[in-house]
Design a protein around this ligand. Sequence first.
Ligand code: SF4
Length: 227
Amino acid sequence: MIKHDNQVPRGAFLQRDRETYAVVPRFAPAGVLDAATLRRLTDVVEKYRIPAVKLTGAQRVALVGLKPEDVEPVLAELGVEPAPAVGLCVHYVKACPGTTFCCFGQQDALGLGARLDELLVGYGDLAHKFKVGISGCVFNCCESWLRDFGAFGKPEGWTVVIGGLGSGRPRIGNEVAREVDDAGVMTLAQKTLELYQELGRKGERLGRTIDRVGKDIFIARLLGNLA
Ligand code: SF4
């Protein structure tokens, strides 16, 4: 079994009982699971007698209550790496059904979400955690206004917002661009993270960095970096 120096199993985090761990296997992005994955998951849950399988707010599957020595074999049998669930990095990209499945979809949220997931998840060396939400229309089912980086679809393209968060002191994000194509959203996401790396102070979510630096200054720097 692979463990960190502090004996926490790789990718796992301690539970309330102070004895067992939870881990979030990194399945396909945006919570889309196929039959083979579900079958494998069921087999592993039964074999290791995992007490709870919890769907998270980030459209992921958390396996809860594992013995520490079971974490690595469970991941190996599932054939996936652990997804980031703690730490100063991009934790997840959540995305709604968009034009793939939803009657209201205006843009391909699942497609863009998958590309952003590949590009961003695990991106580290940040001041705090970072979350991304991609919604296929203005109804914003993936709460793009409340994510560190968000985009929602309109017929002409994506509207991009940054600096949103829930938490005990919620903050609605700031709009930075409209009518952006998929490639433009990916570039804006990358540039937002680079600027956050530069300006964010330890323990400060992006929205607080924007408030401290000044919304207009931050957005001007961000858009200036695209040139
Ligand atoms: S945000 Fe729009 S496209 Fe996405 S699930 Fe909600 S209604 Fe459908």
